[in-house]
Design a protein around this ligand. Structure first.
Ligand SMILES: NC(=O)c1ccc[n+]([C@@H]2O[C@H](COP(=O)([O-])OP(=O)(O)OC[C@H]3O[C@@H](n4cnc5c(N)ncnc54)[C@H](O)[C@@H]3O)[C@@H](O)[C@H]2O)c1
Length: 339
């Protein structure tokens, strides 16, 4: 695909992940990128350089408002849909109705993109579409493969159900209406510009404000495959280039890291000698969530390039060089359950 020729829409384009996607598209030569974001959790600063250079045309608008989706997709070749009412574990567990609004948001945008004749629709889905019942045992070495999302469906909160419904909607539009589409199931993304409502950045922030005792949600044995944001956006671009039929593909590493291992490395790397306090009553999400990336290797020729410990060190370096202790102390507690 010649990215120099494409007109691209990035919804939710001021977010953490979207801003990295835009960096990559610009590096590939794309010169016409429209961003729509209501800045409910995104930050214009994330893409300000591209707005100033004229590559990004920025619209601060709510995609749920009448007519906005239709206007935004006009003249667009490729839609990357990342706008969502979304936060970290504290948010998705505690805000069901807010996350349910994604059903409306996604439905409106897909219909508008199809009617406007968009050439491709690429959706930011999530590991939250996988059945909870497959992810409850920390002693099992499970790698979630795409076909495990099937009856009996058992998605993770309204957030996960909405992502699942959107994947299914895109497959139906591809089959019935010929819309070219792809869904990418992101697994717990971290990296520069990440925010504290997600676990890795929360750990780093706690070390930054020198929290002691150092709080850890759950008993620390939960297993995750945190995936570096640069790998996620390169997978998303590959999906735009290669998938047309609405297939959903995992973008996640196969590294199995326990929460407590990540915490210990954050403490070691930052030189913060704190007592660890486990909080088993706080939300943890599924206990054992790791992707298989076999399908991504086959379909996209994609594999994650950044090992978790390397990406973690990079992210800590970025956070410590760009934040102020007093400011973070002021908002950290609220961010853990909000967006
Ligand atoms: N961060 C992760 O670990 C992760 C994992 C799986 C999937 N995702 C998905 O990736 C996407 C990007 O997430 P993120 O972590 O970069 O941050 P995010 O949740 O802040 O991104 C969502 C963006 O959408 C914007 N937005 C929300 N409602 C809107 C509306 N009505 N109109 C216009 N804009 C609106 C927000 O301001 C924000 O910029 C989301 O769709 C999210 O569900 C993220």
């Amino acid at each position: 695909m010649d990215w120099k020729q494409q007109s691209v829409l990035v919804t939710g384009g001021a977010s953490f992940i979207s801003s990295h996607l835009i960096d990559l598209l610009v590096a590939k030569g794309t010169r016409r990128i429209r961003v729509v974001d209501d800045l409910s959790s995104g930050r214009l600063a994330n893409i300000q350089g591209h707005v100033d250079s004229g590559v990004v045309e920025f619209h601060r608008e709510d995609l749920l408002a009448p007519g906005v989706a239709q206007r935004m997709v006009t003249g667009i070749d490729i839609v990357f849909h990342l706008a969502a009412i979304h936060g970290g574990r504290g948010f998705v567990d505690l805000h069901q109705a807010a996350c349910a609004q994604n059903l409306a948001l996604d439905g409106l945008l897909i219909k508008a993109a199809h009617e406007a004749g968009a050439g491709k629709f690429v959706f930011a889905s999530s590991g939250c579409v996988y059945p909870n019942h497959l992810q409850g045992d920390v002693n099992q070495e499970v790698y979630l493969t795409e076909e495990m999302v099937g009856p009996p469906y058992d998605a993770d909160n309204m957030y996960g159900w909405a992502k699942l419904m959107t994947e299914m909607t895109l497959r139906a539009y591809a089959r019935d209406f010929g819309l070219k589409a792809a869904s990418c199931r992101f697994f717990t993304v971290y990296g520069e510009r990440g925010v504290e409502n997600h676990a890795v950045i929360a750990m780093i922030a706690r070390a930054f404000v020198r929290q002691d005792p150092f709080e850890v949600w759950g008993d620390g044995t939960q297993i995750r495959n945190w995936t570096y944001v640069g790998d996620i956006v390169s997978g998303m671009v590959r999906a735009a280039e290669t998938i047309d039929d609405g297939t959903a593909v995992n973008l996640g590493t196969e590294e199995r890291t326990r929460v407590i291992e990540a915490v210990r490395e954050v403490l070691r790397y930052t030189g913060h000698e704190a007592e660890i306090r486990l909080l088993p009553h706080m939300p943890t999400g599924p206990l054992n969530r790791v992707a298989s990336n076999r399908l991504a290797r086959e379909l996209l020729g994609w594999e994650p390039q950044v090992k978790f410990m390397d990406g973690l060190h990079r992210t800590i370096d970025w956070y410590f060089s760009s934040r102020e202790r007093e400011t973070v102390s002021g908002y950290l507690a609220g961010m853990l359950t909000e967006r």
